[in-house]
Design a protein around this ligand. Structure first.
Ligand code: ZN
Length: 74
């Protein structure tokens, strides 16, 4: 069998994803910032902040974190 192990393929994908994690996470935070909070039903707005020491996008009304970024280099 010359076929490559499928598990190696996903491993390569994971490596590509971590190659530039900061850029990706920042885009994710920016994309969510300013959106309405799904938990508050239009009463809350998502803004950048911190949650448990991590960068996150949290709702200014209910403090529900929508995204957290774990990156020690931040
Ligand atoms: Zn909320």
């Amino acid at each position: 069998m010359a076929k490559s192990d499928p598990s190696r393929g996903s491993e390569t994908e994971a490596e590509a994803d971590t190659r530039n994690p900061t850029e990706g996470k920042r885009r994710l935070l920016s994309a969510l910032e300013g959106q309405t909070c799904p938990s508050c039903d239009d009463d809350g707005t998502l803004e950048r902040g911190r949650y448990k020491g991590n960068r996150a996008v949290v709702c200014d009304a209910c403090d529900t974190p929508r995204v957290q970024v774990w990156n020690p280099s931040f």
